[in-house]
Design a protein around this ligand. Sequence first.
Ligand code: SF4
Ligand code: SF4
Length: 352
Amino acid sequence: GAPHCSPCSPPPLRLRACHPSPPPFPTPPPSQRRHRNGYPNLGAVRSLVESTTTRNAAAVPPSSSAAGLPHPIQSLQRGDWVKLICGASFEDAADVRNLSLVYALAGVDCVDCAADASVVNAVVEGVEAAMSIAPVRRPWVMISVNDDEDDLHFRKAEFDPLDCPPDCLRPCERVCPADAIWLERMPTEDRLPDGVTTQGGLQGGVITERCYGCGRCFPVCPYDKIRARTYVRDMAVTSELLRRDNVDAIEIHTSGRRPDLFRNLWSGLRDSLQHVKLVAISLPNAGESTISVMNKLYSFMEDDIRCHNLWQLDGRPMSGDIGRGATKEAISFAVHLAAVEYRPPDETGDKT
Ligand code: SF4
Ligand code: SF4
């Protein structure tokens, strides 16, 4: 089903809140529809994989090392950990399932997804399909949550297409990398149920479950019609997900500027965190205070944490696919941190 049917998803945002009685969201054209029931081409995928991997099947490594560590932790310690990031806000279950299938076949260590039951189900379904095709190891499933709204990973674009000039060239639609904006001209003089006459205006808008909050559409709108709606993942729902057998890890996004919010979230999740194998803390570059922020956060964690832990430090949040210089900035941040002598523990073998 649609991700936003889950009680832990943010409420649907796509309909035009400014309009008293919005028309129903139109059905996208066939070229934009996605398969939602099963894998129509799973047999073809299976044949393709079998034709390319048979000779390499013996090379698939065992599920654990002599040291008994799970394979994702071995990858972390070797420095070749690979994670599929579906997106903390991306909730299109069909695409999440297909991505999980492909990347599980490719041998990723982890699949990171939105903390939403239907999205997690989609990841599990994709991974199980991959494992039915080839002798791949099961990647860990990680859910992403936040401790406050001040995080770019947890936002959705929204606008009311009835507010848009009918002759707008729709740069928002073209710039969206996720096909999350779909617009269509309504017939001239179309009359809505509430009596409003559209006069050939636009209908459609943001397809909420596909918007992952990248922000590309905000600056390109010549009429400044697009707003960002931020949200915080529901703690009770997160707690429930962590208790599932098929959720292995959590990523907690924090700005580091409000340690009290992080402590509240940590305290609320304390019991359910005992069910996961890995806790990752994601925070942005806080300059010279980065290490002291990490130590502060770790002081809240250290009495409770029984599993592996990982620090995921963003050079510049949400800039992996946009923004010049993001890679250089991330490398320079990593070099700076590597030179620091005292850091809180993590799973890369650094215990200082
Ligand atoms: S924020 Fe990004 S993903 Fe969302 S609608 Fe805008 S361009 Fe698309
Ligand atoms: S660019 Fe702005 S005004 Fe034009 S269709 Fe998109 S949201 Fe509406």
